[in-house]
Design a protein around this ligand. Structure first.
Ligand code: MN
Length: 710
């Protein structure tokens, strides 16, 4: 185990300004916190955080990261609290330790391998600070180095699988190649020891029979390049057993056919030299077809750049060659870190570790240079959000997604039937925006149907398409229903009943195929009930002096002719006017307009004046008393309120006491003495709203209350 002074010295060697005192305190704090805890290997538990800190110091990470490495398990596994850490080591370290702790907690939530890609993204999205992720990776690396001491075999293979699926690819994505290789190789060792052994044996055999092939090929490649005027450093290596294994699987070939087990790297100075080196190699050796890749002109998403090719090399062995510049090489080896480090080295400031701090500073500021963001993979998933189902399934959704989007992502049926949602155990409105790591539980009901209102807040294409499809199909149903009511009322007004057979005989006059088509036309306002009557009974029309639209001048139809808005879902065939916000219990009237269906206004709404000249559009309507009070209606008030402390609280408490829910509040005008505001309140009916108005008027803080009109 690394001693305290060794660690401190190591950090000071690359960061002379490191906070020595804080490092010492963190070392001692962690040692005391973990006390006599032991790892399965029998080592004191404390050896683990020290090794993690050591791994981080190999990457020359800043002092806060090293301290976080020392403290990373204290909150989770010991009596130490976040407050302790904050008090002793400050906000930054506390935030980092908290981040690592959260990642570890998430880890235990889901172990479904099929969701590995989502899980990787979740980890990335949750590690707002790249250092959190680096500490987590170092933690995993040390746990893999000591995996053999874990006694439970199932647990060992779960950890190995998780490393293969999640942590190795993540290490690759943030560009730390040696961590990725080691994580993979150690997981491979656990998951498939036989395969790894046989590959190792074969490699040993090749090494012994062929001598130093890598060395010979390296020097010959160097000479070939030099003869062609390319100055380059050539490095050769054997591929890792795991990458050989993967190739065998991918290409479905046996080991004896596997010849390209060596890889060579050609490092040149300038980008042009890459292509020149490639030309020299292709000119000299037989090319293996289909293996050339140009990641210099088209870099990989993690900013990896190189030319790749395979040739039959000097000893007629297939070899892989990567050609790159020194800068490309640094990026390939060190990822995000390198890009910055490389630039730093070129400037006057030689302190290499600084790349990280500056990276973070840039990430902290919204105005990050475009070019830089391209290289920071942390921002990659900022437009997504990851949530869990109660079973631990992980869902990937676009940012801004709501429980309704989540429900549709689970299954169309779940979406269509969702009535309410819980996030992390708490009931929330369906329009609530989901956050990373939220656990979402959807309650469904067989009688629920998608609401047109949902269309206003869902963000996923699937949810939107399902809701719209439903609304479209339902809207026709609703138009038919409304149209049938209108026709029946018109007939009754003329003293007739609708006789299906008679009505069917006139369908052709309206170019309709079915009665439903006819009713839908009426419901949509393309045809009035009176017109249908007049065509059905032409003689009755001739005998009449003037049109029988009784409510032509704003007078409501007598009760028995009024259309009940029963079973009609607001938002489809029927709309409640936004000018007057009619409420159940109020006198109302409907205006049918072409293609829009029925708009319901209060009878005293000023908007109605616009329709005085169009009597054929008026339809008598009435609230359906039998309707359950499930749907909330919005009443809009204009309130003048005294501009003094406590008056807003008085207002909201009156509304709350009366079970009204404020859905919107807007201040229209603010003067020294008073301000005027507009309040939308969800109420069950007009009586409910009237009670609220009356009580508001009684409050001394309230100057006046009126319903908003027009
Ligand atoms: Mn740990």
């Amino acid at each position: 185990m690394m001693r305290q002074y060794e660690l401190v010295e190591r950090v000071k060697s690359y960061d002379p300004g490191a906070d020595e005192d804080a490092l010492n305190r963190a070392y001692v704090f962690s040692m005391k916190a973990h006390g006599t805890q032991k790892r399965e290997s029998g080592d004191p538990y404390f050896s683990h955080p020290v090794e993690v800190a050591g791994i981080l110091s190999d990457k020359k990470l800043d002092c806060d990261s090293i301290i976080t490495g020392l403290l990373h398990d204290t909150v989770e596994d010991t009596l130490a609290t976040m407050e302790d850490i904050q008090g002793l080591f400050g906000d930054d370290v506390a935030r980092l330790v908290d981040g690592v702790t959260k990642l570890s907690q998430i880890e235990t939530l889901s172990d479904r391998a099929k969701q590995a890609e989502n899980f990787r993204k979740l980890l990335l999205a949750m590690s707002q600070d790249i250092r959190v992720l680096l500490v987590k990776q170092a933690d995993r690396l040390h746990n893999m180095r000591t995996l053999q001491f874990v006694r439970n075999e199932k647990k060992r293979s779960r950890i190995a699988l998780e490393t293969m699926d999640i942590y190795a690819p993540l290490a690759e994505r943030i560009g730390i190649r040696d961590w990725k290789d080691e994580l993979e190789d150690r997981a491979f060792m656990e998951l498939n020891p036989d395969a790894r052994d046989s590959i190792e044996r074969r490699l040993t055999f090749l090494r012994e029979s062929g001598g130093d092939i890598v060395g010979r090929v390296t020097s010959e490649l160097t000479q070939t390049l030099a003869k062609n005027g390319v100055e380059a450093d050539v490095f050769g290596r054997e591929k890792s057993p795991y990458s050989i294994w993967r190739k065998m699987q991918r290409k479905n070939i046996g080991f004896e056919q596997l010849s390209d087990i060596m890889a060579f790297r050609v490092i040149v100075e300038r980008v042009e030299d890459c292509y020149q080196a490639l030309g020299a190699i292709h000119g000299h050796y037989r090319v293996v077809p289909g293996r050339f890749k140009d990641y210099v002109s088209i870099p990989k998403p993690n900013d990896y750049r190189s030319l790749h090719t395979s040739v039959y090399g000097p000893e007629n062995q297939r070899i892989e060659i990567q050609i790159r510049t020194e800068e490309m090489h640094q990026v390939a080896e060190l990822g995000v870190a390198a890009h910055w480090q490389f630039k730093q080295n070129r400037t006057t400031d030689g302190r290499q570790y600084r790349w990280l701090r500056e990276l973070l500073e840039i990430l902290d500021h919204a105005e990050a240079p475009e070019e830089f963001l391209e290289h920071t993979k942390l921002e990659m998933f900022s437009d997504q959000v990851f949530c869990f189902s109660p079973k631990g399934d992980l869902m990937e959704l676009p940012r801004g997604a709501t429980p309704v989007d989540f429900a549709y992502a689970v299954h169309t049926e779940v979406g269509d039937r969702c009535v309410s949602a819980k996030i992390n155990g708490h009931a929330v409105p369906l329009r609530t925006e989901l956050k990373n790591g939220d656990q979402v539980e959807i309650q469904t009901s067989k009688v629920q149907t998608p609401s047109p209102m949902w269309d206003g807040f869902v963000v996923t294409g699937k949810a939107r398409a399902c809701i719209r499809r439903f609304v479209r199909s339902q809207t026709r149903e609703q138009y038919i229903r409304l149209g049938r009511e209108i026709v029946e009322k018109a007939f009754r007004r003329e003293g007739r009943k609708v006789v299906t057979r008679t009505l069917k005989s006139v369908l052709v006059s309206f170019s309709c195929r079915t009665l439903d088509d006819l009713f839908a036309m009426v419901g949509q306002g393309q045809l009035t009930g009176q017109e249908v009557f007049d065509v059905t009974y032409p003689s009755a029309k001739r005998g009449r002096k003037r049109p029988a639209t009784s409510n032509g001048n704003g007078k409501a139809a007598p009760e028995e002719f009024a259309v009940p808005i029963r079973g009609l879902i607001p938002g489809m065939a029927v709309h409640l006017a936004a000018c007057c916000h009619p409420l159940p219990g109020e006198q109302i009237v409907g205006i049918v307009s072409t293609g829009k269906g029925l708009t319901v206004h209060t009878k005293d709404c000023e908007t109605l004046e616009n329709f005085v000249e169009m009597p054929e559009q008026w339809v008598g309507v009435q609230w359906d008393d039998s309707a359950e009070g499930t749907a909330n209606h919005v009443g809009r008030l204009i309130v003048i309120l005294a501009n003094r402390p406590g008056s807003l609280a008085a207002l909201t408490s009156v509304i709350g006491r009366n079970n009204g829910n404020i859905s919107n509040l807007k201040i229209n005008d603010r003067a020294e003495e008073f301000f005027e505001m507009q309040i939308d309140i969800e109420v069950s009916d007009v009586k409910h709203l009237t009670n609220i108005i009356a009580e508001l008027r009684a409050d001394p803080a309230v100057g006046s209350v009126e319903r908003a009109r027009g």
